[in-house]
Design a binder for this molecule. Structure first.
Ligand SMILES: Cc1ncc(COP(=O)(O)O)c(C=O)c1O
Length: 381
């Protein structure tokens, strides 16, 4: 069984023109933004190729994406959703912005669990809402007391409070348990906080953990979930995503304007549907390659950067590394970039809890991963 992470050389990858490969100078090894160093899964290439061959490049129609996703979710997570209570959206972050517009007023407070995906801050601020952080607690897990305080403060704003749940969590790779999510649901109901669960990383959960879809829990009827095949199959450039409403949020979703619903790329939808329907064996091969990489990273760090603290992520292909003992200051990624010519994501950009950390993208070959750690080590010599 071929590991998709082993198929592309550095020369192949440097031909790419996407952000990961073009943002930094050519002597920098990029392991930052969430793009994967894999060729596309064969069923996706076939489906998109067929569409191009017959000029099927118009506007999207229908519910094929939601149908493919609910079947995938049923098989993988034992959860199916009502296709009628979902909508296509162009991408997850755009969908979050639109839902915030529907369920909160300008000036509302939006709670996030820092450290968290940087655009959570940027999009909320762009929408004229205000972020309150509820930092993750011990073991990078949601701390109910901290969350409750943040929910109470958000509800006090009286402009409609919301919570952006990241499930699984970027950048720490935390996979929230059913019990933890039940606590979140209880607190959200109690304080009248609308939950938007970003589940874009859900297809990438490793064998010892299990993804629990937020909407599968009782008490989440007023919540929304954002789903996409874009992380699992590396389709960010083929834009498409889905928003699913809980039973009591379907009325809100009906107010989502047609211009948002018809925003995804038709070819993007074809690619995502092919991934979910016919790309499951490929996803399993990817997961097994990522599993090897998350262990390999532990060995490489122990050997060459013993001061770095790292636990293999339970979900996502992102590794969150605590570099505080290395004496590289607030932003070790800046030092690794300047001295080691390796690009990682800068910890402080993920908010409170990010200082002294870096995020490393594991979705690459073992050779590139080894080169990256060697470059990191060279930066501290
Ligand atoms: C948690 C999270 N949400 C959303 C996104 C971006 O999704 P989209 O491109 O669909 O907006 C990412 C990308 O890495 C992510 O990590």
């Amino acid at each position: 069984m071929t590991n998709p992470l082993n198929l592309l050389s550095l020369d192949d990858l440097r031909r790419r023109t996407s952000m990961k490969w073009r943002h930094f100078a050519p002597d920098v090894l990029p392991l930052w933004v969430a793009e994967m160093d894999v060729p596309l899964a064969e069923p996706i290439v076939r489906a998109v190729g067929q569409a191009l061959a017959i000029g099927d490049t118009g506007y999207p129609e229908g519910t094929a994406y939601a149908e493919a996703f609910t079947a995938f979710a049923g098989e993988r997570w034992g959860w199916r959703f009502d296709v009628q209570a979902s909508s296509n959206i162009p991408d997850v972050m755009g969908g979050i912005a639109e839902i915030l517009k529907l369920v909160t007023e300008p000036g509302a407070v939006v709670v996030v669990n820092s450290p968290v995906y940087t655009p959570f801050y940027r999009y909320v601020e762009h929408m004229g809402r205000r972020v309150i952080e509820a930092p993750l607690g011990a073991g990078q897990r949601i701390d109910p007391e901290t969350l409750e305080r943040a929910f109470a403060a958000a509800a006090a704003s009286r402009r409609g409070a919301a919570f952006l749940l990241c499930n699984p969590h970027n950048p720490t790779g935390t996979v929230h348990s059913r019990e933890e999510l039940a606590v979140v649901a209880g607190l959200a109901e109690h304080h009248g906080v609308r939950v938007l669960a970003d589940e874009i990383h859900a297809p990438i959960v490793h064998c010892e953990s299990a993804h629990v879809p937020y909407l599968s829990l009782a008490g989440t009827e007023r919540a929304f979930a954002m789903l996409s095949a874009s992380k699992g199959w590396n389709l960010a450039g083929l834009k498409a995503a889905l928003v699913v409403a809980g039973a009591d949020a379907a009325g809100d979703l009906e107010r989502l304007p047609q211009e948002v619903r018809s925003g995804p790329s038709h070819v993007g939808l074809i690619a995502h549907v092919a991934a979910l329907r016919d790309g499951r064996a490929w996803l399993d091969r990817l997961l097994s390659g990522l599993d090897q990489n998350r262990r390999l990273l532990g060995e490489l760090l122990a050997d060459q950067l013993p001061g770095a603290v790292y636990s293999p992520p339970a979900g996502t292909y992102l590794a969150w590394i605590d570099c505080r003992a290395l004496g590289l200051g607030e932003d070790p990624a800046a030092v690794f970039l300047e001295r080691g010519r390796v690009a990682l994501s800068s910890g402080p950009r993920f908010g409170t809890g990010g200082a002294g950390h870096v995020r490393l993208n594991l979705a690459t070959s073992p050779e590139i991963l080894a080169d990256a750690v060697a470059r990191m080590a060279s930066a501290i010599r």
